[in-house]
Design a binder for this molecule. Structure first.
Ligand SMILES: [Zn+2]
Length: 225
């Protein structure tokens, strides 16, 4: 059994930089047209935020709000940057052949996402396990998979499924288990849910689905506080 805590890893920061540098396209024209398209999209979102502020009865020309539409637009683009990334990009050179069949668990991977119904954050932790079938992946890559799918407009159930499917597809393991515990601000702020009450979703594939013992082992190890 390999057992890891997300804090052991360097997070996704260094890998993010690697991926960015890959995108330094050698073709200048392609890069320029991409930049033009990006700034057009940014302007579109910026204008929309201006409209929202006006709709709220705010004065968009008052000092505190002068740069708010642009800042909010950039923040929204950052929070949804997962649309620009694919798991193939990050997993390509990160999968190794290894004769390791024991359960690999990474728990407490932090996640921040936006609920697609209210465009309000939900955040919490993901716990992932897989039973390798010859192929293994660098542990920090599991955190990156979580990031790619959570930095999109989401519902928690789909997010859980997408993470599990991505791992199943890339590693073809004997089983994958993903549990997400998250607090939804759209519920907390409207008083539907208490501050610390979290929503738990899980997806169990392969042996974790079929074998009660494997599932129990994973759940016992991840959900204990
Ligand atoms: Zn919501």
């Amino acid at each position: 059994m390999e057992y890891h805590h997300a804090s052991e890893m360097n997070g996704g920061v260094s890998e993010y930089l690697v991926i960015e540098s890959k995108h330094n396209c050698t073709c200048k024209q392609e890069k320029e047209s991409k930049e033009a398209a990006d700034s057009k999209k940014l302007a579109l979102i910026e204008n929309a935020y201006s409209t929202i502020l006006t709709g709220l009865g705010e004065d968009v020309d008052r000092e505190g709000l002068l740069r708010t539409p642009l800042r909010a637009a950039k923040a929204m683009q950052f929070l949804t940057k997962g649309y620009k990334e694919t798991t193939q990009d990050i997993l390509n050179d990160a999968i190794f052949d290894e004769n390791h069949e024991e359960m690999v668990i990474v728990k407490d991977i932090e996640l921040f996402s936006l609920c697609e119904h209210h465009l309000v954050p939900f955040f919490g932790k993901a716990h992932i396990a897989y039973l390798p079938n010859k192929k293994v992946v660098g542990l920090s890559k599991l955190a990156r998979i979580v990031e790619i799918y959570s930095r999109r407009l989401q519902v928690q159930e789909r997010l859980t499924k997408q993470i599990a499917s991505a791992i199943a597809e890339a590693l073809e393991p004997a089983g994958v288990a993903v549990v997400i515990e998250a607090v939804h601000m759209c519920m907390v702020m409207r008083g539907v849910q208490k501050m610390n009450a979290s929503t738990v979703t899980s997806v169990m594939l392969g042996r974790f689905h079929d074998d009660t013992k494997a599932r129990k082992e994973f759940l016992t190890l991840t959900l204990k506080k």
